[in-house]
Design a binder for this molecule. Sequence first.
Ligand SMILES: Cc1cc2nc3c(=O)[nH]c(=O)nc-3n(C[C@H](O)[C@H](O)[C@H](O)COP(=O)(O)O)c2cc1C
Length: 167
Amino acid sequence: MSKIGIFFGSTSGNTEELAEAVAKQFGIAGDDIHDVSSADENQMKDYDVLLLGSSTWGVGDLQDDWEDFLPKAAKLNLADKKIAFFGCGDSFGHSDTFCNSLAKIKAGLSSTGAEFIGAISKEGYSYDETECEEGDNVIGLLTDADNESEKTEERLGIWVKAVKAAI
Ligand SMILES: Cc1cc2nc3c(=O)[nH]c(=O)nc-3n(C[C@H](O)[C@H](O)[C@H](O)COP(=O)(O)O)c2cc1C
């Protein structure tokens, strides 16, 4: 069975809450849920599947703790790993840069050799633009706790199904 770990960064707690909901869906225990503000990037090597979570700040920028963590993670060899993304953004107030941090993390980890999984349909989203869009899909679970929290549960279910089918 695949060993699954969560690594998340969260400034005001929304992505942390989402990380806990994700953990519940996959049956991931507390020891395997890592806040990147205190995690060591080498801990990523302990897992077969990495679920990476971030909110987006500034104008489409990484969450602060990912600013430090990503350059270190980018140097790892993750060739045998599968990576999926989840995050929180604001599809109304920041509609042109919705959840862009996830696309930045994906780009940052492109040299690690990891396989990216867990894309879902972009149908039903209200954003104007996101770097997370790839054709008819977005690269992971994009949520909006500020405006569309009622849609999170359904989106989570769709994403969990996509990730489980790929691992
Ligand atoms: C100053 C500021 C800038 C933000 N910039 C963006 C952005 O560019 N794109 C986006 O999708 N959300 C943006 N947001 C929304 C946050 O990502 C959102 O509130 C998120 O739920 C915070 O999650 P966290 O508590 O895990 O950090 C911004 C919020 C603030 C207050």
